[in-house]
Design a protein around this ligand. Structure first.
Ligand code: SAM
Length: 182
């Protein structure tokens, strides 16, 4: 993994434990094939669904997608920038770059604009901080809602991770207060 392009650079923003590990071993940020298989197994795909894996990495998600779906991927290191394409899909899924948060939110905005049914992100549980009331309102305006939080862990990673399921139905899982802080 290269940090040369400054588009995705762990050092640029967060001073967390994972960032320090990534400096020593960039491969640590890739999802294991076992975890990706398990998370994909929780999704109900329909025949012919268009599926986008936003960042291929080493292929843990993309290479294990069903073969009755039409699968797409991006990966900045292969010159395929997710943010610079507009492929419409039914399902978007990934362990995306979730640091810095602004980059992750650009992924989220792109996914909301190019996905018809479901979005799944594997992010650090601390990265849930990205879902500020303002951003939750932005999602609501576009008719997207957090609909499930499935907690997982990888012993290489610090803390828990969460497979965030985002759909067009508001099941009331997440509520928030809009006004000034208490
Ligand atoms: C946390 S790693 C995860 C890789 C892979 N999704 C996985 O689960 O193993 C994030 C990946 O996002 C890629 N990336 C960063 N910015 C990108 C962009 N704008 N478009 C596509 N890929 C990007 C990085 O090169 C890196 O491979």
């Amino acid at each position: 993994m290269s940090n040369d392009n400054h588009i995705w650079n762990y050092e640029s923003n967060e001073n967390d434990a994972l960032a320090k590990q990534v400096e020593k071993d960039a491969d640590i940020c890739f999802t294991t094939f076992e975890m990706a298989k398990h998370l994909i197994g929780r999704i109900t795909f329909k025949d012919g669904d268009r599926v986008m894996n936003t960042s291929f990495g080493k292929g843990a998600f993309y290479n294990q997608l069903p073969n009755n779906t039409k699968n797409y991927y991006c990966e900045i290191n292969e010159g395929k920038d997710y943010l610079e394409q507009d492929q419409m899909v039914d399902i978007t899924l990934d362990n995306p770059p979730f640091v810095p948060r602004k980059l992750f939110w650009s992924f989220m905005q792109k996914a909301m604009d190019t996905t018809t049914r479901e979005i799944y992100w594997l992010i650090n549980i601390g990265a849930l901080n990205v879902f500020t009331p303002k951003r939750l309102n932005e999602m609501k305006d576009k008719n997207w809602f957090i609909n499930g939080l499935y907690i997982v862990a990888d012993k290489r990673w610090y803390g828990r991770y969460v497979w965030v399921k985002i759909t067009k139905e508001n099941n009331g899982l997440i509520e928030w207060k809009n006004g000034k802080p208490f």
